[in-house]
Design a protein around this ligand. Structure first.
Ligand SMILES: [Zn+2]
Ligand SMILES: [Zn+2]
Length: 213
């Protein structure tokens, strides 16, 4: 069974998520933006073996400690989608833009796209390509437990910003309505920031994408 712990990191309280398979103790970290010692402590506390680092998108608060964490454990990096390469290239500028002192560039071992699957232990996550907030944003979905990690695509009561370079508001709305909501009202999701919610709650009440059929 899939277990998870949300670890808010960086000054943006980004919801870095530690996922693990309780049968094998194999783990994956989604979006290690920073505060690497908090992430390592959580892995040690639960006596897990880190298997890979997963990325929803390449904004610095989500990806800033990717290289350090992957190097520390000698594990691979999977994600985001190739269209986020330009954000990876911009990590030095993102430090200035977002006021970060520590962050490193990285090279992913595997670009992800719609329909791909990522594995650790006995867990398989499905990949959904959801551009708009960034052009290469992906979402991870665990079908058996109806749980998604959606990064900055949708939040409890809000949606991702699209005023950054290559942001696309229409495309973001389309990603949410056509690629995420069909997964079902009962799906719980961990957003990149703030409290969890369900697609059903957002489909009804979210001021940006609510009222969708
Ligand atoms: Zn972002
Ligand atoms: Zn974010």
């Amino acid at each position: 069974m899939l277990q998870y712990q949300i670890i808010p990191v960086t000054k943006f309280k980004q919801n870095c998520t530690l996922f693990w398979c309780d049968e094998t103790k194999q783990a994956a970290v989604v979006d290690p933006g920073g505060d690497i010692e908090l992430i390592i402590n959580a892995i040690n506390e639960k006596q897990l073996t880190l298997n890979k680092v997963l990325l929803t998108h390449a904004h610095i608060d989500h990806a800033g400690a990717t290289d350090k964490l992957a190097t520390h454990y000698g594990v691979t990096i999977e994600g985001p989608h190739q269209a986020d390469q330009f954000w990876i290239d911009l990590i030095p500028e993102q430090k200035q833009m977002f006021g970060f002192e520590q962050a490193d560039s990285f090279t992913t071992d595997r670009w992800l796209d719609q329909g791909d699957k990522v594995q650790f232990g006995n867990i398989e996550l499905e990949v959904y390509f959801c551009p708009g907030h960034t052009p290469g944003h992906v979402v991870f979905f665990h079908r058996e437990s109806n749980l998604a990690q959606v990064g900055d695509v949708i939040f409890n009561g809000s949606i991702g910003r699209t005023d950054f370079p290559r942001g696309d508001h229409e495309r973001l709305i389309k990603s949410i309505r056509e690629n995420l909501f069909p997964l079902g009202d009962e799906v719980k999701f961990i957003p990149g920031h703030g409290p969890m919610s369900t697609f059903g709650t957002e489909r009804q009440n979210n001021p940006f994408v609510g009222g969708a059929k």
